[in-house]
Design a protein around this ligand. Structure first.
Ligand code: KIV
Ligand code: ZN
Length: 389
């Protein structure tokens, strides 16, 4: 895969994901998740924010010392102490990266940082140079880029690329953008910044309006070659773009994207279960790709279609993301074909069409009273029906 058609997956479950209230993780938990992410073959693992606490420093250090096949990254504000601490945590990494950031939107500069735009620009360049003295691979983010003024954003990005940033990441920090607008922003930045081709353009979208995945994909269609995301979409407030959605959208719609990831997607469910188990954040049943119902069919029309040809109602294979198989749920919407197929799988042989009809009628009665009919229910109602006929 060449650099042009390689979409870099930067997983920030252990950093931005952990910033979800109640999702903090111990050092050992972070190492376990990092190993699963390495097996998933993510390119970059953002392991934490080393200055945030001694525990997080130790966690980033332990991940950096354990992981060999993914790059390990630590976050740092554009401050000396943050950058030096990140450099220290990453000292023994096989491949490390410092990710430094400062806000560039008018509201953040004026109300939060109390700095002028010129001071912010100067600080951004200083931070990148300081990080580059510690490590080769430096990423810079203009925080709240999604609400920043385009001329200023261009000036800052051109200057940090000159200062040695290899990746420039465009965060929609508060999930304010919509897909057309965000895609156009990436296209404009790449066209207007004279040294744009010296850096990889990355995006980092939050999900406040439920648009994090859509915005990330719009950016990829406009030349972004790194996406920052988290397993199960964990993250601050409404979360970050969900890794599994981005990766499967690009893989499933290869006709629309001129790039792909190098992930082993069969490891997705493993990572999803691990992150959910460790953080205690349950995955909603109808969550795309990793929800319990993502590959389940209950309606008779759908079940009949899938039994005849899987692709009538499935755009991905359950096995490709690590489910053992798709699931036919027997409930009140199910039809005779799915019912018959399940009985065959259970080894139940009905001797006549009459017996099948009686069993199916009992099944429908029961399905009106119960959300899901399990194999034990089927066995019982078939016995009753055969006694009846
Ligand atoms: O959302 C954000 O802006 C961030 C930055 C630190 C990249 O998480
Ligand atoms: Zn973020």
């Amino acid at each position: 895969m060449s650099a042009k058609d390689h979409l870099i997956i930067f997983d920030t479950t252990l950093r931005d994901g952990e910033q979800s209230p109640g999702a903090s993780m111990t050092r050992d938990e972070k190492v376990r998740i990092a190993k699963a992410l390495e097996k998933l073959r993510v390119d970059v693992i953002e392991a934490g924010f080393p200055i945030a606490s001694p525990g997080d420093f130790e966690a980033v250090k332990a991940v950096a010392e354990t992981i060999k096949d993914s790059r390990v990254c630590g976050l740092a504000r554009a401050l000396d102490a943050d950058i030096d601490r990140a450099g220290e945590a990453l000292r023994h990494a096989n491949a490390g990266r410092i990710h430094t950031f400062i806000a560039t939107s008018p509201i953040h500069m004026e109300k939060k940082l109390r700095m002028t735009p010129d001071q912010v620009l100067e600080r951004a360049v200083y931070a990148v140079k300081r990080a580059r003295n510690l490590i080769d691979d430096v990423e810079f983010s203009p925080e709240d880029a999604g609400r920043s003024e385009i001329d200023f954003l261009c000036r800052v990005l051109e200057a940090v690329i000159d200062a040695g940033a290899r990746t420039v990441n465009i965060p929609d920090t508060v999930g304010y953008n919509i897909p057309d607008q965000f895609g156009a922003l990436i296209a404009t930045l790449r066209a207007r910044i004279p040294n744009a081709d010296k850096a990889i353009f990355s995006v980092h979208c939050h999900n406040d309006l439920g648009l994090a995945t859509a915005n990330s994909l719009a950016a990829v269609r406009n030349g972004a070659r790194q996406v920052e995301c988290t397993i199960n979409g964990l993250g601050e407030r409404a979360g970050n773009a969900a890794l599994e959605e981005i990766v499967m959208a690009v893989r499933t719609r290869r006709d629309l994207f001129d790039c792909d990831t190098r992930l082993d997607t069969t490891q997705i469910m493993n990572c999803s279960r691990l992150v959910s188990g460790i953080t205690g954040f349950a995955v909603q049943p109808n969550k795309a790709v990793v929800g319990a119902n993502a590959f389940a069919h209950e309606s008779g029309i759908h079940q009949d279609g899938v039994l005849k040809h899987r692709e009538t109602y499935e755009i991905m294979r359950a096995q490709d993301v690590g489910w053992s198989e798709n699931r036919m749920v027997l409930g009140k919407h199910s039809g005779r074909n799915a019912f018959r197929a399940r009985l065959q799988e259970l080894g139940v042989v009905l001797s006549s069409e009459e017996e099948l009809n009686a069993a199916f009628a009992r099944f429908k009665e029961l399905a009106d009273k119960k959300h899901e009919i399990f194999d034990e229910d089927l066995q019982a109602l078939v016995t009753e029906a055969t006694l009846e006929t």
